[in-house]
Write a protein that binds this ligand. Structure first.
Ligand code: PRX
Length: 634
């Protein structure tokens, strides 16, 4: 495959491919699949059954995703950088792994895994920081046919234990210690604690990333650097059916324990690669950087599998955006002349709050595409990103997707299709969307607002929740007949562009009006003194529900009654008087999960004066903020 074989080059081409993907989805995806390396071609492109939520793509085909990500590039790209790694400490040495070197490292570690008894189908938990060894362990797991379950290295021992237990992982791979900004965190001791409650793990492999001493439990713990010494740098890639498991990734649900979303080898590979190439319009020789952590789906699909299968150079950053200062992202863009930059609105807003000189002092002229993902991006952040990072020269791709969808579903294609601030815009080829009303009927009019569903299967969709197919059926396929329900609200404008309005559990019905909280938050964020807003509903005697806004002000602004009135007026004039929050509370921070999502459950409890049981706040990035929220309650 050359990069351009899968890329759409014009709006017309997008439209015609989209049309074909709807009229003949199987032919369309088979055409995409032809560009990959298969050990054996498929018997059937698609088999599906909405009733039982069973979806199979390219059944009977045999492949190994690492042959697509590594081996096939050895002919033309052996010396090209596959992974460029920037360490946490800007003065420490970076690492650049060519495709040839990455292939060798992955083969060596594959041999280690096999030596330790890992076989096809075994589950391996990876709890590691953003270092090349994480990518190597992940790819080696895929090469030997094991199933990786990567747990973000910020989760607690309890969270790791429950994830290991849920999928009965046989092995755990970790490091002695990791860096996060100015701090070091002993991951091994967190693992030791977790393993007390996770007896399925037989072996632990520890990569010594720092000089800190490693606690070794004899008979269980092994050192990475010792194991890779005596192994060959050739390793056969296991033959996998397209429908064999590739990985499990846990995502939190609105209720209950985390869901182990399962992705399979064939369809996932095709989807991640096709969407990567088309959305970002990566070109030969470009340097692409996604700032996500590999512990999340964005890192799986758009740091590792998509870019590597496409033969791209992917940058991996160990640190945080604010260390040693809030100019670090821009420093890295300048240092490596990054061409495509993909981050989250939460990061943009945080950096927007800092001095402009941090961004203005860096040379960002290499940038060609800016991407955003993970939550609705507010207008102010979008405009700031466009102006100060992209110098009004770079298209912004606002990419809507989910852990469950495996790859980007709605987005503009950089420089090819039109963008619109705060809109994800159009579905990618192969994605058939529907907007559903309260009664479960599709709203067919061009302009529409409701619940976002998907009415035809796509290759990279998660196939099940590990060990709980009933829950998968119930969560995603019971809301609407013969459709996947995303859990998000969306509106469609007269051009057919989609805007995600937020989770539908964040929709509040006020006096019988359905109000998405995201557009109201957006409106408030437009105020020059406001950094970030979160809105939740609380019970109201007359209206049913009313809105409570938690608002973070810029550091130098003093809260006042006048500001409260200005904000209400702003909402009133942007959306309508109905959307005016009843309460506006100025706060120093919002409770966020480690992936940057606002934990609205806590805000709802505070807004409703229901402080008796705030639930588990231990997974918060900033648990200390909760007390401040309670104390500053209006
Ligand atoms: O609500 C949507 C929001 O993030 C949810 C998926 O979260 P997760 O599975 O953690 O995956 C995040 C990375 C793909 C969605 O249901 N979301 C994601 N992207 C966007 C978004 N909301 C608005 N705009 C987006 N671009």
């Amino acid at each position: 495959m050359t990069i351009s074989n899968l890329q759409l080059n014009s709006k017309e081409e997008y439209l015609s491919h989209y049309q074909q993907s709807v009229e003949h989805p199987e032919d369309f995806w088979a055409g995409v699949a032809e560009q990959f390396v298969w050990k054996k071609k498929w018997d059937k492109v698609l088999d599906y059954d909405w009733e039982n939520a069973r979806f199979e793509w390219f059944k009977g085909a045999q492949l190994n995703i690492t042959e697509n990500c590594l081996d096939r590039h050895l002919k033309n790209r052996a010396e090209q950088a596959a992974i460029v790694w920037e360490p946490n400490d800007p003065n420490a040495k970076n690492r650049i792994l060519s495709y040839k070197e990455l292939h060798q490292e992955v083969c060596r570690f594959s041999n280690v895994l096999r030596d330790q008894g890992i076989k096809k189908g075994d589950r391996i938990c990876l709890y590691m920081p953003m270092i090349p060894e994480l990518a190597i362990a992940q790819l080696a797991s895929a090469r030997v046919g094991a199933v990786h379950s990567i747990v973000f290295a910020g989760f607690s021992a309890t969270a790791i234990a429950s994830r290991i237990e849920d999928s009965k992982c046989k092995m755990l791979i970790t490091v002695n210690e990791m860096y996060r900004g100015a701090k070091t965190i002993n991951l091994k001791s967190i693992c030791d604690e977790a393993l007390k409650a996770a007896p399925s793990v037989e072996k632990v492999i520890v990569y010594e990333h720092t000089d800190a001493e490693t606690n070794i439990e004899a008979g269980r713990d092994l050192l990475w650097k010792e194991l890779v010494n005596d192994v060959s740098d050739h390793a056969e890639a296991e033959s996998m059916d397209a429908e064999d498991l590739l990985f499990i990734l846990y995502t939190s649900g609105s209720t209950g324990k985390p869901k182990g979303m399962v992705h399979h080898c064939g369809g996932y590979m095709i989807g991640a690669t096709y969407t990567f190439l088309n959305v970002f319009q990566y070109k030969e020789g470009d340097i692409y950087w996604c700032t996500a952590d590999i512990g999340w789906i964005t890192g799986h699909s758009y740091i590792i599998y998509g870019p590597l299968a496409a033969g791209a150079t992917t940058l991996m950053f160990e640190g945080v955006p604010t260390y040693p200062d809030a100019g670090r992202f821009w420093e890295i863009v300048e240092k490596y002349k990054v061409n495509q930059f993909y981050t989250a609105p939460t990061a943009i807003r945080a950096l927007q709050k800092c001095s402009l000189s941090l961004v203005e002092s860096k040379d960002l002229s290499s940038l060609k595409t800016l991407g955003t993902v993970g939550e609705p991006i507010n207008e102010e952040a979008w405009q700031w990103y466009k102006k100060y990072v992209g110098h009004n020269q770079c298209p912004i791709v606002d990419t809507w997707w989910q852990t469950e969808t495996g790859g980007i579903m709605i987005s503009s294609l950089a420089g090819i299709t039109d963008e619109k601030a705060t809109y994800a815009t159009l579905p990618l080829p192969g994605v058939q969307l529907a907007i559903m009303d309260q009664d479960g009927h599709e709203i067919k009019s061009q302009e529409a607002e409701g619940r976002l569903a998907i009415k035809f299967p796509w290759p990279h969709m998660a196939r099940t929740i590990y060990g709980n197919h009933d829950r998968y059926k119930q969560v995603y396929f019971s809301a609407f007949e013969k459709m996947y329900f995303s859990g998000d609200g969306a509106l469609r404008d007269k051009k057919g562009f989609y805007r995600i309005t937020g989770r539908v559990d964040d929709v509040v019905i006020v006096s019988g009006h359905n109000l998405g909280t995201a557009p109201i938050e957006d409106a408030i964020d437009e105020h020059e003194n406001v950094v970030e807003t979160a809105i939740v509903g609380f019970p109201h005697e007359i209206k049913g529900n009313a809105l409570h806004a938690f608002v973070i002000l810029h550091d130098d602004v003093v809260a006042s009654e006048r500001l409260v009135q200005e904000i209400k007026e702003l909402v009133s004039s942007t959306i309508g008087p109905i959307a005016k929050p009843d309460k506006i509370q100025f706060v120093s921070g919002l409770p966020k999960t480690r992936s940057g999502k606002i934990m609205r459950r806590i805000l709802r409890k505070i807004a409703s004066n229901d402080l008796s049981n705030l639930g588990d706040t231990s997974t918060l990035l900033n648990p200390e903020v909760v007390e401040d929220l309670i104390n500053s309650k209006v």
